[in-house]
Structure formats: C-alpha cells, structure tokens
Design a protein around this ligand. Structure first.
Ligand SMILES: *[C@@H]1O[C@H](CO)[C@@H](O)[C@H](O)[C@H]1NC(C)=O
Ligand SMILES: *[C@@H]1O[C@H](CO)[C@@H](O)[C@H](O)[C@H]1NC(C)=O
Ligand SMILES: *[C@@H]1O[C@H](CO)[C@@H](O)[C@H](O)[C@H]1NC(C)=O
Ligand SMILES: *[C@@H]1O[C@H](CO)[C@@H](O)[C@H](O)[C@H]1NC(C)=O
Ligand SMILES: *[C@@H]1O[C@H](CO)[C@@H](O)[C@H](O)[C@H]1NC(C)=O
Ligand SMILES: *[C@@H]1O[C@H](CO)[C@@H](O)[C@H](O)[C@H]1NC(C)=O
Ligand SMILES: *[C@@H]1O[C@H](CO)[C@@H](O)[C@H](O)[C@H]1NC(C)=O
Ligand SMILES: *[C@@H]1O[C@H](CO)[C@@H](O)[C@H](O)[C@H]1NC(C)=O
Ligand SMILES: *[C@@H]1O[C@H](CO)[C@@H](O)[C@H](O)[C@H]1NC(C)=O
Length: 245
C-alpha cells in the first residue's frame, strides 16, 4: 500500500497504475480498451503523473483523463474518451482516466471501434416483455443489433452458451415489420437480410413476434414472446460513460 495525499492507493498496482489527487480524483491507467482521448489541445511538461493530474484538474473542470509520458515529462490533459478502432498508442505515454468506461457490472466490448457496455443475464430467464423491464430496472436497455458490429459483439459474448438470447426487436405493434425496442424504428431491410438466420423470420404458426440471437446459427430468429430465455442488456451504446470509480 502506498499513501499519496492521504488517500490509500495501490490495491491493484499489479494490474493498473493508480494516481490519486486529493480525496475524489483517482485516475487509473487504461490498457484494455481501444479508446482515444479527447484532448483540450494543450500540453505541458511535468515532473510526474500526479503533477500532471493536478494541473489537468485545476485547469479543466471536465478533466477526466490525461496522458503522461515519463521519459519526456509530457503531460496532455483530456476530457472524454471515445471508442476507437485501434488501441491507444503506448508510445505517446500512459493513458489515465478517472472514470470507468462502463458502469459496474457492465463490460465493455468492441468491434471495429464500436463500443458497447453490456451485461448478460444467462441464468435469469424471462419472457420478452419482462426482459425489457428487467433491463430498465437497472437503468439500461435491452441489447439491440443495429449493425453487423453489434452482432459480432454479442456473438463473442454468447457463443460459449448453447442458448438463444433476447434482443430488443419485435413486431408486437403489428405495424408490418420488426421494430427496435428502444426507439420503435423498423429494422433496415438490408440489415435484416444480413442479421436474420437463413429462412428467418418465418413467423412459424403465426405466433412469432419477438427476436432472439442464436449463436449456433449466427443469426436472428423470430420466436414466441412468452418463451423464458436469457437476455442481454446494454448501457449507452457506443458512448463512453466515465462514471467515477
Ligand atoms: C504541444 O503544444 C504545443 C504548443 O503549446 C504544440 O505546438 C504541439 O503541437 C503540442 N504537441 C502535442 C503532441 O499536442
Ligand atoms: C484494438 O486495437 C488493436 C490494435 O490496434 C486491434 O488489433 C484490435 O482489433 C482492436 N480491437 C477492437 C475490438 O476494435
Ligand atoms: C452488481 O451485481 C451484484 C451481484 O449481482 C449486485 O449485488 C450489485 O448490486 C450490482 N451492482 C450494481 C451497481 O448494479
Ligand atoms: C461509434 O463511435 C465511433 C468512434 O467515435 C464512430 O466512428 C462510429 O461511427 C460510432 N457508431 C455509431 C453507430 O454511432
Ligand atoms: C449460472 O448457472 C450456472 C449453472 O448452474 C452456474 O455455474 C453459474 O455460476 C451461474 N452464473 C451466474 C452468473 O449466476
Ligand atoms: C444445444 O442444445 C440443443 C438443445 O436445446 C441440443 O440439441 C444441441 O445438441 C446442443 N448443442 C451443443 C453444441 O451442445
Ligand atoms: C439455434 O439454432 C439451431 C439450428 O436451427 C437449433 O438446433 C438450436 O436449438 C438453436 N439454439 C437455441 C439455443 O435456440
Ligand atoms: C440496400 O442495399 C442496396 C444494394 O446493396 C443499396 O442499393 C440500398 O441503398 C440499400 N438500402 C438501404 C436502406 O441501406
Ligand atoms: C411475461 O412474464 C410476466 C411475469 O411472469 C407476466 O406477467 C406476463 O404476462 C408475461 N408476458 C407474456 C407475453 O408472456
């Protein structure tokens, strides 16, 4: 344990480095996530990362991140982090952030720079409408798949389970097409062709109004809404959340 400015630090120093400034601002180095820092367009030369963090906080109320390069002392203050298709270039320094990319219990997953904070409910099986409500209950939304990248993201998460997962797509409104549960817009016809499994949706027996992702078929399928199935919830698709640690 290392005590810096009266704050206990060092719990996870093996994994990440931690910079503490005062009581509230704890910056952690980010290594897992492909992100780009939104810089304020300034840079300084500072003796260490703590000095860099202090200066950033004193200059900018929205200082949520900074880059510090030990070898040159270069200190680049920044605000939000945005998803990026490539990982942060470690040659420019260490990227620190005082927020997590996703809220607790949600994991960030990316494909081609599209990021999603998601949480699987593998054991809690519910019907479609209850799955929507249970995502809302944790201030999230049921996972939608508005791009092929979103399929890649969900596929990677669920492929190890031989289960179909609810996603937020249904024709419960019976307006002549499948619509996204979050905004009620119809799925784009081209995307529909790419995402549904072959020969789906087939509205088998005219009772299939809700949509699952079946990883063994690699595609979407329409099923009865009252089936009790696992589901996936997501938070602020493609946005960095940066909740304080
Ligand atoms: C650092 O700031 C100077 C001017 O203050 C600017 O010319 C230079 O491009 C900046 N470098 C980086 C890496 O932002
Ligand atoms: C993250 O960046 C690395 C290296 O730049 C790249 O190979 C990888 O595909 C990226 N990952 C995602 C999920 O975008
Ligand atoms: C995260 O999940 C755990 C275990 O299910 C739960 O006790 C905790 O309240 C959750 N945290 C949040 C912020 O939802
Ligand atoms: C997600 O963010 C990335 C990086 O900012 C951007 O290139 C992409 O267009 C965004 N995707 C969507 C669906 O908003
Ligand atoms: C889900 O159930 C499986 C099998 O019963 C169990 O091994 C696993 O720990 C459970 N997962 C969670 C998150 O509770
Ligand atoms: C997946 O589950 C189905 C039954 O739901 C079973 O018929 C099939 O063999 C299972 N596949 C694998 C790979 O375990
Ligand atoms: C996924 O689709 C395959 C092929 O149609 C089917 O055998 C399997 O039961 C489906 N899996 C689930 C979990 O619904
Ligand atoms: C669907 O794809 C066709 C051919 O690839 C293209 O001409 C058309 O503009 C696309 N429509 C939409 C709505 O994206
Ligand atoms: C879904 O489940 C809830 C809770 O068990 C139940 O009240 C509701 O009627 C069910 N809806 C459908 C369409 O099966």
């Amino acid at each position: 344990m290392k005590r810096i400015f009266g704050v206990l630090c060092g719990a996870s120093l093996l994994v990440v480095s931690v910079v503490c400034v005062g009581q509230a601002a704890i910056f952690k180095s980010l290594t897992q996530v492909n992100v780009t820092m939104v810089s304020f367009g300034r840079n300084w030369t500072e003796a260490n990362a703590i000095a860099c963090a202090r200066l950033c906080l004193s200059f900018f109320r929205s200082c949520y991140s900074f880059v510090y390069k030990k070898e040159t002392g270069k200190c680049i203050p920044g605000s939000w982090l945005v998803p990026s298709a490539v990982s942060f270039d470690a040659h420019s320094g260490v990227l620190y952030s005082r927020g997590s990319f996703c809220p607790s219990n949600f994991t960030v997953r990316q494909a081609s720079g599209l990021a999603s904070c998601l949480q699987l409910f593998t054991n809690k099986t519910l019907n479609y409408t209850s799955s929507i409500s249970s995502c809302k209950a944790i201030k999230s939304v049921i996972y939608t798949m508005k791009s092929v990248d979103k399929r890649t993201i969900l596929h990677t998460e669920v492929k190890s389970f031989n289960r179909s997962f609810w996603i937020g797509l249904d024709d419960l409104a019976e307006k002549g097409g499948f619509a996204w549960a979050d905004d009620g817009r119809f799925i784009n016809a081209n995307l529909s062709i790419r995402l549904f499994a072959p020969d789906e949706p087939n509205n088998h027996n005219s009772v299939e109004d809700c949509v699952v992702y079946n990883s063994s078929r690699g595609g979407l399928n329409d099923v009865q809404c009252n089936l009790k199935l696992p589901s996936a919830c997501e938070m602020n698709p493609n946005k960095s959340v940066l909740k304080d640690f």
